[in-house]
Ligand binder design. Structure first.
Ligand code: SAM
Length: 300
């Protein structure tokens, strides 16, 4: 029996509109609902994931299943996270007969740990917490916050393929010295190799967003070994972007060690010039300084 999802035309705004009308649903701006109606772009995103049999994929924000259907057709095991109750009903109608489909309803910022608690699908390389791959035409409202939350909670994926607002993707790819380089760039690049994949104008989506979009691939680095103070320190050094590393470090130490450490001494030990700004420091510079600060941070 052909399933509904294979016959649904995800490229047609008319057909999408008809389905939503039939279900009494509208598109909700606050949830960043812009469906990807460009089949070529969907294929590029899905094909950027590794192609092992039985691979497990977390899909964030499946909407009415444009990419879910492609993932299931390729034989992967999908755990989808969707907040919109109306879309969840459609997803259940379309995909519940497929044993490879699991839907976790609600706000992914709150529910993703439920996904982590499940065993990794057979055939997925790596054990928890590197449990699977991730795909998402992410709701732009929460894209950066979600990626940061995963990293800071050590929920790593062998590879993530994410579509985001272009400016967010630019920050993920930014190199030291550029205006887009931020604590978010360092956070992402500390555990992933980030590469540009695709840029799309509004016409590839329904309804058309007023922003440009870009997709990146995030491939997990090997042998990650960051000190516990790394992320708090990076955020601290970027806290006041126009201030020097020395000033920001001083404020960070006041908060975390009650100012018992001398910032100049720590910077010298890490081989860093205190007159620089955080935007001038490389990942290696942040790591070296975090290792020096580590002792104090652990004894807070
Ligand atoms: N994947 C679909 C596509 O490409 O056509 C829809 C992508 S749309 C940009 C974002 C989706 O994320 C919507 O379905 C929206 O309801 C869902 N969403 C928004 N905020 C969410 C949240 N906090 N938790 C889970 N899903 C969310």
């Amino acid at each position: 029996m052909p399933s509904i999802q294979t016959s649904f035309n995800y490229n047609s705004p008319t057909e999408i509109r008809r389905l939503l009308d039939q279900e009494g649903l509208g598109m909700r701006k606050k949830f960043g609902q812009n469906f990807l109606i460009d089949a070529r772009a969907r294929d590029i995103l899905i094909d950027a994931l590794p192609k092992e049999a039985g691979w497990g994929v977390w899909e964030i924000g499946p909407g009415i299943g444009a990419m879910t259907s492609g993932l299931l057709e390729r034989g992967c095991q999908v755990t989808a996270f969707e907040i919109d109750e109306g879309f969840c009903k459609i997803l259940h109608d379309f995909f519940d007969t497929n044993p490879n489909f699991t839907l976790i309803e609600g706000d992914v910022m709150k529910t993703w740990k439920e996904g982590r608690a499940r065993p990794a699908p057979t055939g997925t390389p790596g054990g928890a917490p590197v449990s699977c791959y991730l795909l998402g035409n992410l709701p732009y409202t929460i894209g950066a916050a979600l990626i940061a939350d995963f990293i800071e909670n050590q929920q790593f994926f062998q590879r993530q393929v994410v579509m985001l607002q272009k400016e967010t993707a630019d920050r993920m790819l930014a190199k030291p010295g550029s205006k887009n380089y931020s604590s978010f760039s360092v956070l992402c690049q500390s555990v992933y190799t980030i590469e540009p994949l695709l840029r799309l104008k509004g016409a590839s989506f329904y309804p058309e967003p007023h922003v440009e979009s870009a997709a990146v691939t995030m491939t997990l680095k090997k042998d990650i070994n960051l000190p516990a103070s790394f992320y708090p320190l990076v955020r601290g050094l970027f806290a006041q972007r126009r201030k020097t590393v020395r000033n920001n470090l001083n404020n960070f130490l006041k908060r975390t060690t009650e100012g018992t450490e001398n910032p100049e001494f720590l910077l010298e030990k890490a081989g860093l010039d205190g007159k620089l700004r955080a935007e001038d420091l490389s990942l290696e510079d942040f790591t070296a300084l975090a290792k020096i600060v580590e002792k104090d941070y652990n004894s807070r």
